[in-house]
Design a protein around this ligand. Sequence first.
Ligand code: KDG
Ligand code: MG
Length: 402
Amino acid sequence: MRITNAWTVVCSPGRNFVTLVIETDAGLRGVGDATLNGRELAVASYLDDHVAALLIGRDPADIEDIWHGLYKGAYWRRGPVTMTAIGAVDVALWDLKGKALETPVYNLLGGRARRGVTVYGHANGATIDEAVEAARGYVDMGYRAVRIQSGLPGLEQPYGVGRGELYYEPAERGHPVEEVFEPGPYLRGVPRLFERARAELGWEVDLLHDAHHRLTPLEAAQLGKSLEPYRLLWLEDPVAAEAQESLRLVRNHTVTPIAIGEVFNTIFDTHQLIAEQLIDYIRTTVAHSGGLTHLVRVAHFAEVFHVRTGCHGPTDLSPVNLAASLHFQTAVHNFGLQEYMRHPDEAAEVFDVGYWFDDGMLHVSDRPGLGVELNEERAADFPYQPAYLPVARRRDGTVHSW
Ligand code: KDG
Ligand code: MG
């Protein structure tokens, strides 16, 4: 079999998605997610203008060789745009391989290691009361794990409080929205949120929180310590992910489990944190870190150090990425938890998915490949809409990590 064509489809069914399609002379098509929130067209151009021509004529079965050809052959390595582009090619090739062999992708990754993939939902609210009520809604739907974010006294715009119920969407059309962040009210408020959540929801449900890279190492250590009584499953991104050595300080002061990695792109971003056991969950995304080929390496490396997977899975990645994550999480032994935000309804008109939610878990379908079909005609009805993620500033106007 040979690759005859490769192109991206950029569409906005409720939000922007970039999908790579790879076509073969056997009439099979594979799809990969190439969405990078707020920088979508950079990845589309990387693929259409620089990578597509290199794929034509190649045997799609040669995934390992094509992967290294794009990674080492470009000379300019790593970074989110490059690794998202490589990830899209990689996932599309696994999809093709599954379709060619008429088997789901998880079978190609070693086979089923579990019945289903336990997921966490996103509860948020403008106040602690609203957020805990939203968390109760997830428990009632059967979720066994819930991330909770809320507005707090003195901090009206915390990370993670979106518009609408199930669909959290941070990107806004037009210019980036500016939000204010102050660590004082945040560090005082979050323990009150989880004290309330435990009192209302009990201890059976796993609770999580995302600090979104906003704290200094000492602030992160303080937060982890003050959350210990409420036994979180994880505290996510307590410090900026690039400051890896600062995790030693956090780790020395708290036993609250730590999850990091959604902005990482390669195993080289993860290896210090994993080998020094500075984290408990690695959150690296299939789409943004070179696809399944590379993330499987990260998972196997992490297993040696008792670090478990916790793939990033926001709505700003398409159902193609979610399906790829589910095949990965179904097959790797050291699975931890999978993020699950529901996509807007319009997305279902463009992406026909085989996975389904039941009993707190997402289940992969047994369709060949990834089990997701892209409807290109319908995608054309939802043209790209320029949109940006917010920017955070301190009260005095200093730009801060969002
Ligand atoms: O595009 C940015 C989002 O993916 C990010 O804000 C979501 O932190 C996030 C999460 O944990 O899902
Ligand atoms: Mg996060």
